[in-house]
Design a protein around this ligand. Structure first.
Ligand code: AHR
Length: 496
């Protein structure tokens, strides 16, 4: 099978926000406790309670940001439960995930974790069961530089300097677990919260809960953004609006060929989510940029249920899905300001799995590693011609053609980063690569591939799926590369 990939280095598009390569860690199952935080448990090497293996693996990715503490957990979380001497912290009920919350990992632990990682924190405040006062106090505790009692409390808890947390979510899924509001009701709440949070710390960026269109027939979701934006259009109070999208076809490892292809077709539904959200933002904020933050996304297979702490195996299929979704965010660089994969360790489409002192990386981890150069680079105009298949995306009526080769290209300095998913289960695809009006001096590459898309890593075989270097042969007269079936390839071209 043949394809053509053309890109135009002379026509750079928007800058790809590094923040779209971000992550999400909620108090659910073993994500925070055991996955990130081991406290003073002996036998698991840690730095002030943060496990070292996870820290090192995340450092290697240069994770741009982490969202915390939820998720549904956020709208029933009261931050004062999680500060001060660990022994005095109360045991509360984690309502949504049916666990007892020890509160030993709270604001200071999260922000120390971010500092150790060199990443940007993104905190989601509680609207559902909280108050504007509680949220504005949280901002004060984190960011106030004067001599207030809350700033002194922070100093007493070991951090004299303000943490200067810039990114604040105003609730999570407030059309559902975050309080079951209508768009109009939420807008009123949002304005109250935002007024006081922003007055406390004028430089913060606020993230409003947006619609998530799992089902396009759901009237609450369809009206939500319109109702919210209509109320907010007179206020300069919203910097980003959020969107969530989870993917599922068959089970994690038990899926048919048609379910394999359907999962990738569902990425069209994410594109549709973005189009719908974008249209409302253009209509209500024609003169102002409001970003779309896809602050929860990933595969959510039927294996992951509350009873097992939302755990599921992570396959090569999931990794290819992640690459395809990240490609969408790259293409939407002009609007997508942040994205966060759910959820960093042990939960849903995680990057790594832990068990006591052991840890292995999932195939999805390698996608983030291989795609890292796109973050902060300039998206390039690109055209791909090649084989397609027809499929129904979830919630979309008509079948649509889905390209088997999914590609994005970006540029930083003299380097072009081209990443390619070949979704075909059986066919290699040879693509002619045309880098318009430029001469290539060198090419290097990495490949993530296995025969079977169900392949996983495990404690026994932790590197069964790992990126390996390839040496692309690149003939200047007729440059081409063959992409194996069921694979992800990252090529770097250095221009003369
Ligand atoms: O990531 C798991 C849950 O999915 C989050 O708590 C919630 O926001 C979403 O519905």
């Amino acid at each position: 099978m043949d394809a053509v990939i053309r890109c135009w280095p002379a026509l750079p598009q928007a800058r790809i926000a590094p923040e779209i390569y971000g992550h999400f860690s909620e108090h659910v199952g073993r994500c925070i406790y055991e996955g990130i935080w081991v406290g003073n448990s002996r036998g698991i090497p840690n730095q002030n309670g943060i496990r070292l293996d996870v820290l090192a693996a995340l450092k290697h990715l240069r994770v741009p940001g982490i969202r915390w503490p939820g998720g549904c957990f956020a709208d029933d979380y009261h931050w004062k439960d999680g500060i001060g001497p660990p022994k005095s912290r109360s045991q509360t009920v984690n309502l949504w995930w049916r666990q007892v919350e020890p509160n030993t990992f709270g604001t200071d632990e999260f922000l120390h974790f971010c500092e150790a990682l060199g990443t940007t924190p993104y905190i989601c405040a509680n609207v559902g069961t909280g108050s504007p006062r509680e949220a504005r106090d949280w901002v004060e505790y984190c960011n106030f530089s004067g001599d207030s009692s809350l700033a002194e409390l922070r100093a007493g808890n070991g951090h004299k300097r303000p943490y200067s947390v810039k990114h604040w979510g105003v609730g999570n899924e407030n059309w559902g677990c975050g309080g079951n509001f209508t768009g109009r009701e939420y807008a009123k709440e949002y304005i109250r919260f935002a007024t006081y949070m922003r007055a406390m710390s004028p430089d913060i960026e606020l993230y409003a809960c947006g619609a998530s269109f799992g089902d396009y027939r759901n009237p609450i979701q369809n009206d939500w953004n319109r109702e919210f934006c209509n109320e907010l259009r007179r206020h300069d109070m919203v910097d980003h609006i959020t969107l969530h999208r989870y993917f599922s076809r068959g089970s994690a490892r038990g899926f048919s060929e048609s379910e394999y292809y359907a999962l990738f077709a569902d990425v069209l539904a994410l594109e549709r989510d973005l189009e719908l959200t974008d249209a409302v933002l253009r209509e209500y904020f024609p003169d102002r940029f409001v970003g779309i933050a896809v602050d929860e996304w990933g595969a959510w297979h039927p294996e992951a249920v509350t009873e097992n702490g939302l755990e599921q195996p992570g396959t090569l299929r999931d990794a290819l899905l992640a690459a395809t979704v990240l490609h969408v965010f790259n293409r939407w660089a002009h609007r997508v300001s942040m994205a966060n994969l759910a959820q960093t360790v042990n939960v849903l489409q995680c990057l790594m799995v832990t068990e006591r002192s052991r840890m292995f990386l999932t195939p999805t981890y390698h996608i983030f590693d291989m795609m890292r150069p796109h973050g902060g680079a300039q998206l390039l105009m690109l055209q791909t011609e090649g084989p397609t298949y027809e499929a129904h995306a979830v919630g979309i009526k008509n079948k649509k053609p889905v390209p088997l080769l999914d590609v994005t290209a970006s540029m930083s300095g003299k380097k072009i980063h081209l990443t390619v998913v070949n979704k075909s289960l059986t066919e290699s695809i040879e693509a002619h690569i045309d880098i318009r009006e430029e001469t290539v001096a060198a090419v290097s590459g990495k490949l993530l591939h296995a025969e079977d898309p169900r392949t996983v890593n495990s404690f026994k075989t932790p590197s069964r799926i790992a990126a390996r270097r390839i040496r692309p042969t690149f003939n200047e007269e007729e440059p081409s590369h063959t992409f194996p079936p069921n694979s992800f390839t990252a090529l770097t071209f250095t221009l003369k």
